[in-house]
Design a protein around this ligand. Structure first.
Ligand SMILES: Cc1ncc(COP(=O)(O)O)c(C=O)c1O
Length: 383
């Protein structure tokens, strides 16, 4: 309402009319405070935050970028649309890229690793940082699903050159649509800040007379979206605390079931609590488990293995490089045969994975009931 009252829905300029209301800036301040990053830039989506993160880290035309086969498509699209060449490496039971698979996918042309912290928790950072250091690779973090996730006291998104969060409707905090890039590097921040707004340098108060040090595009967030994102940022820690508590109840309800495993979490204390990630003995049992859970009315059940957006098996358009218009990869050639990739760990782990989304507003008796339903449904398929 404060934004609507001033009528200034744009994040830049109009200093007199906006009566001191700068929602995008305030949202950025809260993301900085929360993550400890020196710089934050709110943009129009998590996808555009990843695009900005790549550009600000100097990744572009012809650069080979290591990516996981389990992520949201935006990760892969961001590389392709920036002119980069995705190289798929395998993941492990952390649900994220693992250092050995990154090593195996390296070529003399590898420039960067685009690490995705999937399903609300951090990847196994120490060995990944080691391989990046060893091979002088730029690390970029797609933390689209992982705001509120930490690795031994450091927020995800702060291990590499740049990091990206999503504030879409399905994330721990939403702006309706929105994203935030973070970095500790002032130069990279300056590049992202300009890149996201047609290259404007944002110096001075006369927007019409700003310089354009670089080419950019429009990845701006609106003040309306930023106002929602700001309000949500204020609630982030309470949402995280509630999710972690509810998740603990669900986990306790099924912990002792024989044959049931869980996603490996290198730092359990750093979990944002958004998903309980269950590993069934095999994909057949997992698929029967999904049916049983849905029949029991357990909310938020995700089976990514067959989901259209998150797993490579369904990405025919990526494999065929179907695009609206030619991309760099069409003339440069793909660095791998995407139709013949061998990613055995991903096929195994994602086939066995069921993720249960955790609510932050469940009443205690609801959480207990879901825990009971979860247990009986899983017990019925585990035998
Ligand atoms: C890992 C990851 N990266 C990027 C994105 C893209 O975010 P958005 O939907 O805000 O564009 C998502 C969204 O689901 C995501 O999960």
């Amino acid at each position: 309402m404060e934004v609507l009252e001033t009528g200034i829905l744009f994040r830049y300029g109009h200093d007199d009319q906006r009566r001191g209301r700068w929602k995008a800036r305030e949202m950025e301040e809260l993301v900085k405070d929360y993550t400890g990053a020196s710089h934050a830039l709110a943009v129009s989506s998590g996808s555009t935050a990843v695009a900005c993160a790549l550009a600000a880290a100097g990744i572009g035309h012809g650069d080979e970028v290591i990516v996981p086969p389990f992520t949201y498509l935006a990760t892969i699209e961001a590389v392709l649309l920036t002119g980069g060449l995705p190289v798929f490496a395998d993941i492990d039971d952390t649900l994220c890229l693992d250092a050995e698979s990154i090593r195996a996918a390296l070529s003399p042309n590898t420039k960067a690793v685009l690490l995705v912290h999937m399903c609300g928790a951090a990847a196994d950072m120490d060995p990944i940082l080691e391989v990046c250091r060893e091979r002088d690779l730029v690390l970029i973090e797609d933390a689209g699903q992982a705001l509120g996730a930490w690795y031994h006291g450091r927020s995800v998104g702060r291990f590499g050159a740049t990091g990206a969060f999503s504030f879409d409707f399905f994330k721990i905090t939403t702006a309706g649509e929105g994203g935030v890039l973070i970095t500790d590097d002032e130069t990279r921040y300056g590049l992202a800040d300009s890149y996201a707004d047609h290259g404007h340098d944002h110096i001075g108060t006369n927007r019409g007379m700003e310089q354009h040090p670089i080419l950019g595009f429009n990845y701006r967030i609106s003040e309306l979206h930023a106002a929602v994102g700001l309000a949500q940022m204020r609630k982030l820690e309470s949402i995280r605390t509630a999710k972690r508590a509810n998740k603990a109840v669900l986990r306790a309800a099924v912990e002792d079931l024989p044959g049931l495993g869980f996603r490996r979490m290198p730092d359990p204390e750093g979990d944002s609590g958004t998903f309980l990630n269950l590993l069934l003995p095999d994909s057949g049992t997992a698929q029967r488990g999904v049916e049983a859970l849905r029949a029991a009315g357990v909310p938020g059940v995700n089976y990514w293995f067959t989901n259209m957006y998150h797993f490579i098996n369904q990405w025919d358009h990526v494999k065929n490089l179907d695009a609206a218009a030619p991309l760099a990869i069409h003339s440069l050639g793909a660095p791998q045969d995407y139709r013949a990739l061998e990613l055995p760990q991903a096929q195994d782990v994602i086939g066995r994975l069921i993720s249960v989304g955790i609510g932050c507003s469940w009443e205690p008796d609801t959480t207990e009931r879901i825990g009971g339903d979860l247990r009986s449904a899983l017990a019925s398929v585990l035998g």
